[in-house]
Write a protein that binds this ligand. Structure first.
Ligand code: KL5
Ligand code: ZN
Length: 243
């Protein structure tokens, strides 16, 4: 009976049971979704997204048992995302990863049914319209989440970056970005409880990858120097723009 009760407890916390406690799970804009590229319609009015991240705003890193979360100081507009489908700048609040048990098939979104090893979510909130994150997290245009796919080796590269002593350098997401910022966007929700339908999703088409050369040469170089060139740049206050 212990086994059965553990089995029942496991089921209670699984996605298929979330609707019991969060009826919005049956809502009209639930995430994640399968992105089918040729079914997506091109909107010529959509501009490119612009990221202005300031490395000094990273404040701490924690492991909440099912994801690694890096939190940022969101008391001002030093680190924001804007452009694309967004009407105003959204402040970076935190980023976290999703991965699978076997180190692959861990992404939340899929592309034509295919999973990536991991998915990075950079969570931003609309501080122009809402006073707090919690308030924005329940509003239809409250959050903007930048979703970036990672291949398996890059996932470990990022974790390695995170494990570095960031108090000296401040962890900075720019080294996490792929080459192009081409994206799909749709109105969706948190993919984890409380499943609020408050997310404007911006999912980058290109995954972050690590080149064979980088992987091969990492046997000779201390892993860190290879993986996080930015961390060697001790210029803390340098504002790095990605547009
Ligand atoms: O589903 B996701 O993984 O993808 C998008 C996304 C954005 C944020 C989170 N979670 C956060 S910020 N929880 C704290 C919180 C959540 C809601 C209200 C207050 C506080 C998870 C995800
Ligand atoms: Zn997430």
């Amino acid at each position: 009976t212990i086994y059965l009760s553990l089995l029942f407890l496991g089921w209670l916390t699984s996605p298929s049971a979330w609707h019991n406690k969060y009826p919005v799970a049956h809502g009209s804009r639930q995430s994640p979704i399968d992105i089918v590229p040729h079914q997506a319609s091109r909107d010529p009015n959509l501009s490119q997204i612009v990221l202005n991240y300031d490395r000094c705003t990273s404040i701490n890193i924690s492991n909440n048992g099912h994801s690694v979360v890096v939190e940022f100081d969101d008391t001002d507009d030093r680190s924001v995302i804007q452009g694309g489908p967004l009407d105003n700048p959204y402040r970076l609040k935190q980023f976290h990863f999703h991965w699978g048990e076997k180190g692959c098939e861990g992404s939340e979104h899929t592309v034509s049914g295919n999973s990536y090893a991991s998915e990075l979510h950079l969570v931003h909130w609309n501080a122009v319209k809402y006073k707090t994150f919690d308030e924005a997290a329940t509003a239809p245009d409250g959050l903007a989440v930048l979703g970036i796919f990672l291949d398996v080796r890059c996932f470990f590269k990022c974790l390695y970056c995170l494990s570095y002593d960031k108090t000296k350098y401040g962890f900075f997401p720019k080294c996490l970005l792929p080459s192009s910022l081409h994206y799909w966007t749709y109105l969706g929700s948190l993919t984890t409880p409380p499943l609020h339908e408050s997310v404007i999703w911006i999912v980058l088409k290109d995954p972050i990858t690590v080149s064979e050369k980088q992987v091969r040469s990492c046997q000779t170089w201390p892993l860190l120097d290879l993986y996080c060139p930015l961390l060697n740049n001790a210029d803390r206050n340098k504002r790095i723009f990605v547009s």
